[in-house]
Design a protein around this ligand. Structure first.
Ligand SMILES: Nc1ncnc2c1ncn2[C@@H]1O[C@H](COP(=O)(O)OP(=O)(O)OP(=O)(O)O)[C@@H](O)[C@H]1O
Length: 309
C-alpha cells in the first residue's frame, strides 16, 4: 500500500456528492451521495440498468458527471488513478492477445510507478498455473482472474470491481473471494458491484443498493434485511380465503404455493397468533427468516412505486 500519498483531509477513501448522469433521455444516475471510509469493503447492489456501472465509471474518471463531484482520497479521480492509488476491474473487455498472462501482467506493471511485483499479483489473483498461457486461450472465468491480477498491479489502496465474479463458476468464485480477503486484510478499501446478493452479504462490511439511479439502502447485510423485517409464515390453511389471511395483523402480503399459503410478515409473532386464533385448523406451519434477496426485491419494488407517484 502506498504510504507516501497524503490521506484525504476529510479522511474519506471515496466521496461522491450529488452525482448525476444523463444519456439522452435516460437519467441514469440521479443524485448519488456516497462516503466510503478507508478499509471498508462495500458491495454495490442493484438490478440491471440501476446505474452501477455508470457510477463506477464516474468514480474512476472514465465518464464525466453532468453534475456533482468525485473525490478519491481527497483528489480528482484521474489523479488518484495516475498516482496508482486505484485498481479497477471493469466488465469484460478484451485482453491484449498473443501475449502470455505473465507477459501481460509484467507489461502492465511497467506502466506504473510503484507496482506490485508481477509474480505477487499473479500469485494473489491465483493465476500462477495459467501464467504461461496465451490470453486468447483463457476461459471467461480465467480471463476475469487475470483482470483481477491487472487490478492488483498498481498495489492500490482502493480496488473498484464491476461484477468481478460474473463469469466465474462456484469454485473459482470461492478462490477469488479468498484472494480478496488476503488483499483487504491490510486495511485496503474495496467497492464491488454485484448481482449476487449472497456475495454482498458474505463479503461486504456494507451493502449499498442502487435502483433507478438512486441509492435506496445503505447498511450491513443484516440491517438491510431487517429494514424490510421479512419473515415468512408458510402454512396449509384449509377453507381460508387469501384476502382474509392478507388482512391479519402483522401480514404484509400473501402468496399461494399449491396447497400452502405464504404470509409475508413485518411482525411474524403477531401474525402467527392471529392466524391460529382465526384458523385453528391451520397446519404444517413453517416460519422462515427473510433473506437478502427478498429484502433487495422489496427495496427495488418500493423505489419503483415511489418513482411512479
Ligand atoms: N453509453 C451509454 N449510452 C446510453 N445509455 C447508457 C449508456 N450507458 C448506460 N446507459 C443507460 O444508463 C442506465 C444505467 O446503466 P448502467 O450500465 O450504469 O447500469 P448497471 O446498474 O451497471 O446495470 P447492469 O447490472 O446491467 O450492468 C441504463 O438505462 C443504461 O441503458
Amino acid at each position: 500500500m502506498s504510504t507516501t500519498t497524503p490521506q484525504a483531509p476529510d479522511g474519506a477513501a471515496v466521496r461522491l456528492t450529488g452525482l448525476h448522469k444523463h444519456f439522452g433521455d435516460v437519467h441514469a444516475v440521479r443524485g448519488v451521495d456516497l462516503l466510503i471510509a478507508p478499509g471498508e469493503v462495500v458491495a454495490f447492489l442493484g438490478p440491471n440498468g440501476a446505474g452501477k456501472s455508470t457510477t463506477i465509471d464516474m468514480l474512476l474518471g472514465l465518464t464525466r458527471p453532468d453534475a456533482g463531484t468525485v473525490r478519491i482520497f481527497g483528489s480528482d479521480p484521474v489523479a488518484a488513478v495516475q498516482a496508482g492509488r486505484v485498481g479497477a476491474m471493469l466488465q469484460a473487455g478484451a485482453l491484449l492477445p498473443d501475449v502470455t498472462v505473465r507477459e501481460l501482467v509484467t507489461m502492465f506493471a511497467g506502466l506504473h510507478r510503484n507496482p506490485m511485483p508481477p509474480a505477487r499479483a499473479i500469485e494473489m489473483a491465483g493465476v500462477t498455473d495459467i501464467a504461461g498461457q496465451k490470453t486468447q486461450k483463457l476461459s471467461g472465468g480465467q480471463a476475469q482472474r487475470v483482470r483481477f491480477a491487472l487490478a492488483l498491479v498498481p498495489d492500490p489502496d482502493l480496488l473498484v470491481l464491476d461484477e468481478p465474479t460474473a463469469a466465474m463458476d462456484v469454485e473459482v468464485r470461492r478462490a477469488f473471494w479468498a484472494s480478496m480477503r488476503e488483499f483487504t486484510a491490510g486495511g485496503r478499501t474495496v467497492l464491488f458491484a454485484t448481482h449476487y446478493l449472497q456475495e454482498a452479504d458474505q463479503f461486504a462490511d456494507r451493502v449499498v443498493v442502487l435502483a433507478r439511479g438512486v441509492l435506496v439502502a445503505d447498511g450491513t447485510g443484516a440491517q438491510i434485511k431487517s429494514t424490510v423485517a421479512g419473515r415468512t409464515i408458510s402454512a396449509v390453511v384449509d377453507g381460508s380465503a387469501t384476502e382474509s389471511l392478507g388482512a391479519l395483523p402483522g401480514v404484509l402480503g400473501t402468496e399461494r404455493q399449491g396447497a400452502r399459503t405464504l404470509l409475508h410478515c413485518n411482525d411474524s409473532d403477531t401474525a402467527l397468533r392471529a392466524l391460529l386464533a382465526a384458523y385453528p385448523q391451520a397446519h404444517d406451519i413453517e416460519i422462515a427468516a427473510g433473506n437478502l434477496e427478498d429484502a433487495f426485491l422489496e427495496l427495488v419494488a418500493t423505489s419503483r412505486q415511489e418513482a411512479a407517484r
